[in-house]
Design a protein around this ligand. Structure first.
Ligand code: SF4
Ligand code: SF4
Length: 211
């Protein structure tokens, strides 16, 4: 193609494609919009949407099932056993609480929103909510701490458990010592008892007597 024809063809192609694009845009002026003016307008989330996690600590029994199920290890749980004389109460589903949960952290920056942690929870206290606006400038703010125990409460629980453990150890040792003493006494009684009298020897089969 000669240069002049090529020049005019370029102008034609440019105008033609611009008109096609403008035609498509013009057509959309008369069709309903599918976008919303976020953040002024917010879409309603589906019922089973998986967004930010929430843990109701009143119902958490510290069983660690959720942390074990998490494929990216973003849940960190620490527990303290309650002392025998402490009643931690029941969950709303009538499960006895036996462990304090001084730490329950979820690093939501690592979370992949798979929801696997919610299924094994025996008390259904860890749930995925429809909250999707939780961006932060600092990543450390994305570690959510759900535990509600204060440092003083944690210390008290640890001290009580230590005391209970010590008392149990002392009781166990005393029971073992008493059992050993009883066994020793029984053995001593057996040793000091008189030996049973020897049985008279049976006469020999060929002995006919002296009379
Ligand atoms: S949703 Fe998935 S990745 Fe996130 S904490 Fe639960 S198990 Fe872990
Ligand atoms: S599975 Fe449920 S009850 Fe168990 S530690 Fe996780 S949140 Fe708590």
């Amino acid at each position: 193609m000669n240069p002049v024809a090529e020049y005019f063809k370029g102008i034609y192609d440019g105008v033609h494609t611009a008109l096609i694009g403008m035609g498509i845009t013009f057509g959309h002026l008369f069709t309903p919009a599918v976008t919303v003016q976020y953040p002024d307008v917010k879409m309603v989330m589906p019922e089973r949407v998986r967004n930010r996690l929430y843990v109701n600590m009143d119902d958490c029994i510290g069983c660690d099932q959720c942390a074990k199920a998490c494929p990216v290890d973003c849940i960190t749980i620490k527990t303290i056993k309650s002392a025998p004389d402490v009643d931690l109460g029941m969950t709303s589903r009538n499960t006895k609480k036996r462990l304090y949960v001084p730490q329950f952290d979820i690093d939501i920056a690592k979370c992949c929103y798979c929801g696997l942690c919610t299924f094994p929870c025996p008390t259904e206290c860890i749930v995925m909510t429809d909250v999707y606006e939780f961006s932060e400038y600092d990543r450390s703010n994305l570690i959510y701490s759900f535990a509600t125990m204060t440092p003083a409460e944690i210390e008290t629980a640890q001290i009580k458990l230590k005391k209970a453990d010590e008392e149990a150890t002392v009781k166990k040792a005393a029971a073992a010592a008493a059992a050993k003493l009883a066994a020793d006494q029984k053995a001593a009684e057996g040793a000091s008892a008189p030996a049973p009298a020897a049985k008279p020897a049976a006469p020999a089969s060929g002995d006919k007597g002296t009379a």
